[in-house]
Design a protein around this ligand. Structure first.
Ligand code: UDP
Length: 343
């Protein structure tokens, strides 16, 4: 993209899990990342590649100042709420931060002539939509989100697409499947508060640091009755963002691209892989389904290959779990940001 010189890229939510890994990937590619994050769920210690600007994405003026002060030429937008279960209880909050936040970002970009956006979307835009459990999902599949979280991601995509048509913005929405794993350096990794994701919870249960794992439902229409997901290593996701920034697209184009491996793993597969990596079984029991969970979400990832020239390089379940385990063995993010714990 954008000629020969490497532009400054504002990474909203760059102190969070995927954002921090993407800032690292940008730095390694010679971009200059500037992280914009309010640190409500991100960590100061995760900002190691580029400066931190502390601010809220709903604050259009703060975004505008960041654009001007840092000479920002492109944005990768991660900032937002992510917990599917919580979105069913607090949809208003999700619409405010995810949708109104994206609206504020788009207006600030328009005002300051920032013409390139990569948006952190999600496979949650698809829902189940009558798809069989073993069918993969192409980008044109019906969009029937099964949670307010998915609704907000879809609404943001629509807003971005319209903004591209209206103002010549160039946008790429990456619909990720299940981000997992950690950078092998052990410097950054997954640290949500509260943690709701399967792999860190299974690992904590296996290590004896957390409660025994509850498998959310084993009566789905899937081969072993538990949900199927497409787990993708966070560093593969990070490289997809760099590819989306670099791909040659005309002004006004909007593209939505799945980022996954095309392989589905059940909750029981993951519990087994974590147990193998730990050398002992993960204590678990089966509980009821979690609100908003579709039975299966597995990508058809061919468009990422053809459009972005991207493919996953480190996303086998065993490699993901191995890197996640290395991260679990590191010191927790310290008291520097929010007195935060890692899990
Ligand atoms: N899951 C589970 N127990 C947990 C957390 C997650 O059984 O304690 C299941 C969840 O129902 C889903 C899969 O693991 O089928 C992946 O969930 P996660 O929250 O990691 O990611 P999501 O698919 O919601 O983005």
């Amino acid at each position: 993209m954008i000629g020969e010189s490497k532009p400054t890229v504002l990474v909203t939510g760059g102190a969070g899990y995927i954002g921090a890994h993407t800032a690292k990937a940008l730095g390694e590619r010679g971009f200059r990342p500037v992280v914009f994050d309010n640190l409500t769920s991100g960590y100061r210690e995760a900002v190691r590649w580029g400066e931190l600007v502390q601010g809220d994405i709903r604050d259009e003026a703060a975004l505008g100042r960041a654009f001007t002060e840092h000479g920002v030429q492109a944005v990768i937008h991660f900032a937002g709420l992510i917990e599917v279960g919580r979105s069913t209880q607090r949809p208003d909050l999700f619409w405010d931060i995810n949708v109104a936040g994206t609206r504020s970002l788009l207006t600030a970009m328009q005002t300051h002539g920032v013409g390139r956006l990569v948006f952190s979307s999600s496979a949650a835009v698809y829902g189940q939509a009558g798809r069989g459990p073993l069918e993969t999902i192409p980008e044109e599949a019906p969009k029937t989100p099964s949670s307010p979280y998915g609704d907000t991601k879809l609404a943001c995509e629509w807003m971005i697409a319209a903004q591209c048509r209206a103002y010549g913005l160039t946008g790429v929405a990456l619909r990720y499947f299940n981000a997992a794993g950690a950078d092998p350096s052990g410097l950054i990794g997954e640290a949500h508060e509260p943690e709701t994701h399967l792999i860190p919870l299974a690992m904590a249960a296996g290590l004896g640091d957390g409660k025994p794992l509850t498998v959310f439902g084993d009566d789905f229409d899937t081969p072993d009755g538990t949900c199927l997901r497409d787990y993708i290593h966070v560093n593969d996701l990070a490289s997809a963002h760099v590819a989306a920034l670099e791909v040659d697209l005309p002004a006004g184009a909007f593209e939505a691209v799945n980022i996954g491996t095309g392989a589905g793993h059940s909750v029981r597969d993951v519990v087994g892989a974590v147990g193998r990596a730990l050398g002992r079984p993960v204590p678990h029991s089966t509980g009821p389904r979690r609100d908003g969970d579709p039975p299966s979400l597995v990508a058809n990832a061919s468009r990422a290959r053809s459009l972005l020239g991207w493919e996953p390089l480190c996303s086998s379940l065993d490699e993901i779990v191995r890197d996640a385990l290395r991260w679990e063995g590191q010191p927790r993010y310290g008291a520097g940001s929010r007195g935060a714990r890692k899990t």
